[in-house]
Design a protein around this ligand. Structure first.
Ligand code: FMN
Length: 365
């Protein structure tokens, strides 16, 4: 009898693999939009380093561990999650699919994941939260003069936490966009930046972002504003132990170890390479998320083993969104979580908390 190998794999899915989703996204987007997603800053050394860093580690098998049904459940700032994979705040989301973050948040909710809603998104904080209130619980903002007003607004809307992006006082030197003369419609970034009722407009904020010395904030200004946020906040864009300590002194409740997916300072170190030193500096209890370069379940596993409590996916979520809207993001989250679950069985980790440094080893050079 011929073995029916196909029957080992789910057949009712849109996409089988991450690579298929990536190719479908490339096919769905205009080449300059795809470059906007795919590209990084400068010579893209950091972009490549983020991906390469995961290749420096190996997961140790644990045969006969008896682990059959590992749990991917975890908790972050009091929020219960079915998977330690969080979707990133990314602006201009309707460039990739008309449903943008509405679709991302709904997929995250379906998978019991969290979704961070961006300030420069195509939809408002309120619209996304209403669409998927159990996932869209963190609102991202840029630290400028309007931060206190944003905090009040998202508190009223029902969000549980803020994510303050601290590594973007000016947009990185995005070489591909410059080569493409990429000039997207600003309205796609104006879900919150409406320019009405006291809210700044896109041009105003991006003008501030891009204009060195404009109203770019320092830690003291953020510390003062954050005292009135009335919500816990996460500092996104931490890459050194010293900055981690500065963010905690400013009142942050959690950190995102991130180089913005290689889109800001190039050549900055890979996020994964900096994670162990930051974890050692802040101690075992502080919640740490990692982003920049997460593409597969083994990347999730290694980030957790090296000190993260959860990971954030930027481009992987965008590939799913561009490929098939909500169903595409759903499939990305499913693939990442199922691969993580398989690796947990093979390495003998029954819970997310079991994934630690004892289960990995450096690759032989
Ligand atoms: C197209 C695009 C737009 C982004 N926009 C924002 C943004 O508005 N605010 C922000 O904090 N990060 C933004 N990011 C960075 C992501 O939140 C995240 O840090 C990064 O994508 C993680 O790296 P990865 O893409 O390798 O997963 C953006 C990323 C991409 C790819």
């Amino acid at each position: 009898m011929t073995a029916q190998l196909d029957s080992f794999y789910p057949t009712q899915v849109t996409f089988g693999t991450h690579d298929e989703i990536h190719r479908a996204a490339a096919a769905a987007l205009d080449s300059d939009v795809f470059d906007f997603v795919e590209g990084g800053a400068g010579k893209e050394i950091t972009l490549r380093a983020n991906l390469a860093a995961f290749g420096h580690w190996r997961i140790l098998p644990e045969p006969m561990s008896g682990v059959a049904t590992p749990s991917t459940r975890t908790e972050l700032l009091g929020m219960s999650l079915e998977t330690p994979v969080v979707t990133a705040p990314f602006g201009g989301d309707a460039l990739f699919h008309p449903d943008g973050h509405l679709a991302v948040a709904r997929a995250a909710q379906h998978r019991g994941a969290l979704s961070i809603v961006p300030e420069a998104g195509s939809f408002s904080y309120e619209e996304v939260h209403t669409m998927a209130p159990r996932a869209a619980r963190i609102a991202q903002l840029h630290p400028f003069a309007h931060a206190a007003a944003v905090a009040e607004r998202v508190r009223r809307a029902g969000f549980d936490a803020l994510c303050v992006t601290v590594d973007c006082p000016v947009g990185g030197f995005r070489t591909r966009n410059m080569g493409n003369r990429f000039d997207p419609d600003q309205r796609l970034f104006a879900g919150n930046l409406t320019g009405e009722n006291g809210a700044p407009g896109v041009a105003e904020v991006f003008g501030q972002l891009l204009k060195q010395g404009g109203s770019v904030w320092n830690w003291d200004q953020l510390t003062a504003a954050a005292a009135d946020f009335g919500l816990p906040w996460i500092a996104k864009g931490i890459l050194t132990p010293a900055t981690a300590e500065r963010a905690l002194a400013a009142g942050a409740s959690a950190l995102v170890v991130s180089n913005h997916g290689g889109r800001q300072l190039d050549p900055a170190p890979a996020s994964l390479d900096m994670l162990p030193g930051i974890r050692a500096a802040v101690g075992a209890e502080l919640p740490i998320l990692l982003d920049s370069g997460i593409r597969t379940g083994s990347d999730v596993y290694l980030a957790l083993a090296l000190g993260a409590d959860a990971v954030i996916i930027g481009r992987s979520a965008i590939y799913g969104l561009a490929a098939a809207g909500e169903a595409g993001v759903d499939r990305v989250l499913e693939l990442l979580t199922e691969e993580l679950r398989t690796l947990m069985i093979l390495s003998g980790a029954a819970t997310i908390g079991d994934i630690d440094g004892t289960r990995i080893t450096g690759a032989a050079s």
